[in-house]
Design a protein around this ligand. Structure first.
Ligand code: PMV
Length: 321
């Protein structure tokens, strides 16, 4: 009998405590714990259905190398789970892919959730998270919305960070470059690990940063979270910039935004920045200050898009008739 197609919407996430460096390249095992927030409105929508041929096909806009990576992942996932049959995977992001907005996180999370549902496997969430991790480390966290933590270990998975009552925070995504980045996060993190003299300092301080951020979230202490997240982000980028050959993901607008954030923080606006492997800046804002923060960036040249969204991003899974 023909299986019903499945539609999944999975959200991107941004790490406040970053994962950067792996202990196992094949299994994507992160060297250190990380902590992220789901981004409600940056999403990948994917439909998984039975392929007319006995092979997997991918429909969507991809670079050739990304297309092969996704097809290899689907092949590996089916083999691992002991399921068969060609799949048709139609996938679309509502934001530019491979530009440091975490398209791999939402993309692989959508496929992992979709494969589980399509074959009726009903796996525990932690196993779906492990499966997503095999596609990309950060994808393990996009299985959930809200605050999510990811530990290390031999076969790690992400889990939601339980907070007593929700902490509503806005996210302002400032897009400074629409083109795909020149170096993938996988290549860059491997280069960093192998060549940056700061990599060991980065690893040594990760656990303490992670615990401090967890405390800040539990206490809903905005400035404590701001301080530790910004520092963690700058440490990660310092290791990238000091790899050999050095690599800089930022552009002049990225730097301009950081200066502006520091200026408006002094005026008392509750906002802080974080940047993943790319030139885009994500600002985390207390909702009562979001409008004023946005106004500060209205005339900054070099920002091609301003996306106002919030912490959220619970995946949606639907069986189509
Ligand atoms: O999931 P990957 O392998 O593309 O790595 C993501 C790395 C960062 O986004 C920079 C940090 C993180 O924890 O998401």
């Amino acid at each position: 009998m023909k299986k019903a197609p499945i539609k999944i919407s999975a959200a991107a996430n941004v790490a406040l405590i970053k994962y950067w460096g792996k202990t196992d390249l094949e299994k994507n095992i992160p060297s250190a714990p990380s902590l992220s927030v789901g981004i409600e409105d940056l999403r990948t929508d994917t439909i998984i259905s039975e392929s007319r041929e006995d092979k997997d096909t991918l429909i969507g806009k991809f670079k050739k190398s990304d297309e092969q990576r996704i097809l290899n992942y689907v092949f590996m996932a089916k083999k691992l789970l002991g399921v068969s049959g060609g799949l048709e995977i139609e996938t679309e992001n509502n934001f530019p892919a491979s530009s440091g907005l975490a398209s791999s996180a939402s993309g692989f999370a959508a496929i992992a959730l979709g494969i589980d549902k399509f074959y009726g496997l009903d796996m525990p969430r932690e196993d779906i998270s492990r499966l997503a991790r095999l596609g990309s480390g950060s994808a393990a966290r996009s299985i959930y919305g809200g605050f999510v933590q990811m530990d290390t270990g031999p076969d790690p998975f992400a889990k939601p960070l339980i907070v007593e009552d929700p902490w509503p925070l806005d996210i302002l995504v400032l897009v400074t470059e629409e083109q795909p980045k020149k170096m993938s996060s996988t290549d860059s993190m491997n280069l960093t690990k192998d060549t940056s003299p700061f990599y060991s300092a980065w690893l040594d301080t990760q656990e303490a940063d992670f615990l401090k951020a967890k405390d800040a979230i539990e206490e809903k202490d905005f400035w404590k979270l701001a301080q530790i997240s910004e520092h963690n982000c700058l440490k990660m980028h310092s290791t990238i910039m000091t790899s050999k050959p050095p690599h800089v993901y930022w552009n002049p607008t990225t730097v301009e935004i950081l200066h502006q954030v520091q200026k408006i923080q002094k005026k008392g606006l509750r906002v802080f920045f974080t940047i993943d492997a790319g030139p885009q800046v994500k600002l985390i804002c207390d909702p009562s200050d979001t409008q004023r923060v946005l106004e500060q960036f209205e005339s900054t040249s070099g920002i091609s898009r301003r996306i106002v969204t919030k912490v959220g991003g619970e995946p949606q899974i639907e069986q189509l008739a």
